[in-house]
Design a protein around this ligand. Structure first.
Ligand code: GTP
Ligand code: MG
Length: 566
């Protein structure tokens, strides 16, 4: 069930129209009643004579509350652009139209209100003016209707028209998991926390477990309401109130989001295919105090233009936006950018890359999965899915790579094993380890990969001996020096002062090293290493030297710092 949002200049009759349509005054705050002006979002719903349920979000028209307006219309399907018959098209009519278009709202109806205050000729002139202004609009404007809440003229017709529009609403082009950008939070005594918003993605049911995106807190849905009634399940793209357990109401606010666990990528850097609004007074540059609006969230951002120094009004380009608080995002999410310095909506568009890699001058101009994945080589398949929004299948193990990237790596590993004759597994990245096991005739034995027919040295008992010994390694001087030397040459063993360690043993102490640096960020001493591992000084010194050799540590006077292998 789609949601309908109002839009339009202050005092043009948005709230009065919602009241006339639904019987509910969306201005519920005392301050709103006193000032005769909408300050915060209002909500109302009704059932039309033919049985269709209509759900409205009423937004404020005053320029000071534009940020609230943007939060209110995000996620809705249908807009009612409201124009006062007497005042006609005004600045916020234009800015609200810009916002609706940037957020990719597909369908709308224009409503001329207060028709009781204008003559038929004036109304026709205004209709012509509006039609002209909307000629290039990206929104499908189905009708321009005249109403008056004084005479009730046009109100039943508008209700009828909205219900037919609802039937034609198309599902969103890009499927999403459940996400609820919160627009209201309140606490009901005895029931706990209630959050409301326009639901995206999939439905939410009683008993579902969701996560607060910002904090990762888990919440359980105790009750679901839509249109003021308790229901078992709330369908996407409708207004949704959730009574949730597991988080205090005071810990949540507008702009927070609930989502299914790890179903969106949390990021604070995005590339956006951005279009500057045609009414912008001068070209947009990266200089400006920008606020980014996504869903009901808004934050300060810095903007970098990818392939130019400025964007002229009406022009489209790729920009990179950085903000502070990571958000749960997907490609094709729509965003709006305002410059709070000049107090104007400068433009907006859709996300084409999340957490983009590399310098901004290499940013893409589209959201093609191949482009997104190309720069990333191998990555966990779960992450590849979040980045592209596609249900990709793993290439190897739990990894995903584009076929070209995968084939390249296979070729390189084959070459390497042919020239070096064997590869110590701990020298390889996790995805390479998975690939090596699949290479033709390659066997992995004692942590060493080699072609099956090869070198008996790789099966030498010393390898298993050192591997099993771990840190309590035997004195290499008492063993066959010739074999030890060859194993050291092949980087299966690492040796210092006749004490040798298997490569795997060195890698196995990663957690302890990590813990040591947590305690001693300035670097740990030999004594601290010895105590942490419970070994003798005789072993600690060679161990530290071998750790230096594999790059897990690096020496700095008397202490060890993280090496290049991290
Ligand atoms: N004559 C006449 N007055 C109307 C009509 N509709 C609204 N008004 C008056 O216009 C004024 C503003 O109406 P609102 O509904 O508060 O306007 P709004 O667009 O919601 O205003 P904001 O929310 O502050 O942007 C009120 O005094 C209404 O009584 C109408 O059809 N005819
Ligand atoms: Mg209002």
């Amino acid at each position: 069930m789609a949601v309908i949002a109002t839009a339009g200049h202050v005092d043009h009759g948005k709230s009065s129209l919602v009241l006339a349509l639904t019987g509910t005054d969306p201005d519920r705050l005392a301050e709103e009643k006193r000032k005769g002006m909408t300050i915060d979002l209002g909500f109302a719903h009704c059932v039309t004579p033919n049985g269709t349920s209509l759900s409205f979000v009423d937004v404020p028209g005053h320029a000071d509350f534009i940020r609230t307006m943007i939060a209110g219309v995000s996620g809705v399907d249908i807009a009612m652009l409201i124009v006062d018959a007497h005042e006609g098209w005004m600045p916020q009519t234009q800015e609200h139209l810009d916002v609706l278009q940037l957020l990719n709202i597909r369908t709308g109806v224009v409503v001329i209100t207060k028709s009781d205050k204008a003559t038929d000729i004036e109304l026709r002139e205004l209709e012509d003016d509006i039609r002209e202004r909307l000629t290039d609009s990206s929104i499908h404007w189905t009708s321009i209707m005249n109403t008056s809440v004084i005479t009730q003229k046009g109100v039943p017709e508008l209700l009828q028209h909205l219900s037919t529009l609802l039937e034609d609403v198309e599902p969103p082009t890009h499927a999403r998991p459940t996400r609820l950008f919160i627009d209201r939070v309140f606490t009901i005594r005895g029931s706990g926390t209630v959050v409301t918003g326009t639901l995206e993605g999939e439905s939410v049911s009683v008993g579902d477990v969701l996560h607060v995106a910002r904090t990762g807190q888990e919440v359980r849905v105790r009750e679901v309401q839509t249109l003021d009634s308790s229901v078992q399940t709330c369908e996407p793209r409708s207004r949704c109130a959730l009574n949730i357990v597991g988080v205090d109401g005071s810990d949540l606010h507008r702009g927070d989001a609930l989502m299914q666990h790890q179903s969106y990528l949390m990021t604070s850097v995005i590339d956006v295919r951005f279009t500057a609004v045609p009414t912008l007074k001068r070209p947009m540059t990266h200089r400006g105090s920008f606020t980014l609006h996504i869903g009901t969230n808004m934050q300060s951002v810095t903007a970098r233009i990818a392939h130019a120094s400025s964007i002229r009004p009406g022009e489209t380009a790729t920009i990179r936006l950085r903000f502070t608080q990571p958000l749960p995002l997907a490609i094709h999410d729509h965003v709006v950018l305002r410059d709070t310095g000049i107090d104007q909506t400068v433009g907006g568009g859709y996300i084409i890359n999340l957490d983009p890699q590399g310098p901004v001058r290499f940013a893409h101009t589209n959201a093609l999965p191949e482009d997104i994945l190309q720069q990333r080589g191998f990555l966990p398949v779960a992450e590849a899915r979040l980045l592209t929004g596609q249900n990709l299948q793993p290439t190897i193990g739990s990894w995903y790579a584009l076929p070209s990237v995968y084939n390249n790596t296979v070729e390189q590993l084959n070459k390497r094993i042919d020239t070096e004759q064997f590869i110590t597994m701990t020298d390889l990245a996790a995805y390479e380890q998975d690939i090596v096991r699949t290479l033709k005739e390659v066997v992995v034995h004692n942590g060493v990969a080699a072609r099956a027919e090869q070198d008996p040295l790789l099966n030498h008992e010393y390898i298993a001996l050192f591997r099993q010994a771990g840190l309590l390694t035997p004195d290499a001087a008492s063993l066959d020096r010739n074999i030890i030397r060859q194993l050291v040459q092949r980087k299966i063993l690492f040796e210092h002062d006749n004490i040798a360690f298997h490569a795997d043993t060195l890698n196995d102490v990663r957690p302890e090293l990590h813990a040591l640096w947590q305690l001693h960020p300035e670097g740990f001493t030999m004594a601290q290493l010895r105590d942490a591992l419970g070994i003798t000084r005789k072993h600690a010194l060679p161990l530290a030297n071998c750790l230096d050799k594999v790059g897990l540590t690096k020496r700095n006077d008397d202490v060890r710092l993280p090496g290049h292998a991290w």
